[in-house]
Design a protein around this ligand. Structure first.
Ligand SMILES: [Zn+2]
Length: 282
């Protein structure tokens, strides 16, 4: 039995039935947000905040995507489709993996290959070296693994150099985080880097910060980006801060399918409202 969680109940029994009422903006692309893929349990972490997905659950997700007629695309490709607002003749989905963990290579990639899927992996470049380094308790990819995966069709994007909360840094340092990480990945894989993933919770409710970062990303040469705002990305999304659907081990089939159908987007709206209220009161 899935454990009790309010977001699951509201999604499955309130917003999923209401889905046909609101409909979806077209074209739209669900972008899934994974982190570590392993059998590690996270008992002390509340369900919504867990970031580990069991390989068995990833396999179920890939089966569900195939059964529902989805084709995986890299973030660069999906971003281009949405920017040009071209009505996609096919259902696209993007699988993103943050933090550059080595278990992407050992656990996720074999499954992706089996289901003929591609993915976009976001590297905090200070943690990627010729020998494995650790981000928290988890080993990261090495540059030789990155090169090999890139040759196999995986997209690599920047997740900054040091994984800071960018909103706390002076402008010059933000620019360095954006530019140096991009340059290093490009140098290591010998190909252009187009995509960026914002580390930590995205302060999208701070319009000044958002606007400045948008310009800095554009100046650094990025074309597409994702953040932690919950929802399905569409042609109306900000191309540098596209919404994602967070997933983890606790995403059973019903919740996962509801998320793909847009029935989880309410959470993004609720979080936005909550942050605005907090700002007005402070
Ligand atoms: Zn991260």
């Amino acid at each position: 039995m899935p454990r009790f969680r309010a977001d699951r109940l509201a999604t499955l029994y309130l917003f999923r039935p209401l889905g046909p009422v609101f409909g979806r903006v077209s074209p739209s692309v669900p972008i899934l947000m994974y982190h570590s893929i392993s059998m590690t349990d996270e008992p002390r972490c509340r369900p919504y905040f867990r970031t580990v997905t069991h390989p068995r659950v990833v396999r179920r997700h890939l089966e569900i995507l195939a059964r529902n007629g989805y084709r995986t695309a890299t973030l660069a490709t999906a971003g281009e489709r949405l920017r040009n607002s071209s009505a996609a003749p096919e259902k696209l989905v993007v699988l993103t993996f943050d933090d550059g963990y080595a278990d992407f290579c050992s656990e996720a990639f074999p499954l992706l290959s089996r289901y003929s899927c591609t993915a976009s992996v976001f590297l905090p470049t200070s943690y990627i070296a010729n020998q494995p380094r650790y981000f928290g308790d988890t080993a990261c990819l090495t540059w030789s693994q990155v090169r090999e995966l890139h040759r196999a069709g995986v997209e690599f994007g920047s997740h900054t150099m040091t994984h800071p909360q960018l909103a706390e840094l002076p402008g010059a340092e933000v620019e360095r985080e954006l530019k140096a990480s991009k340059a290093e990945i490009e140098d290591r894989i010998g190909a252009a880097v187009a995509s960026f993933a914002y580390p930590f919770a995205f302060p999208g409710h701070r319009p000044g910060f958002r606007q400045t970062l948008n310009r800095q990303l554009s100046d650094a040469g990025y074309l597409a980006g994702v953040c932690t705002t919950v929802g399905i990305a569409s042609s109306r999304s900000d191309p540098f801060f596209m919404e994602r659907l967070p997933v983890n081990t606790l995403d059973d089939d019903a919740l996962f399918e509801a998320k793909l159908a847009g029935a989880y987007d309410w959470l993004g709206q609720a979080q936005r409202l909550y942050k605005r209220c907090k700002r007005w009161r402070s």
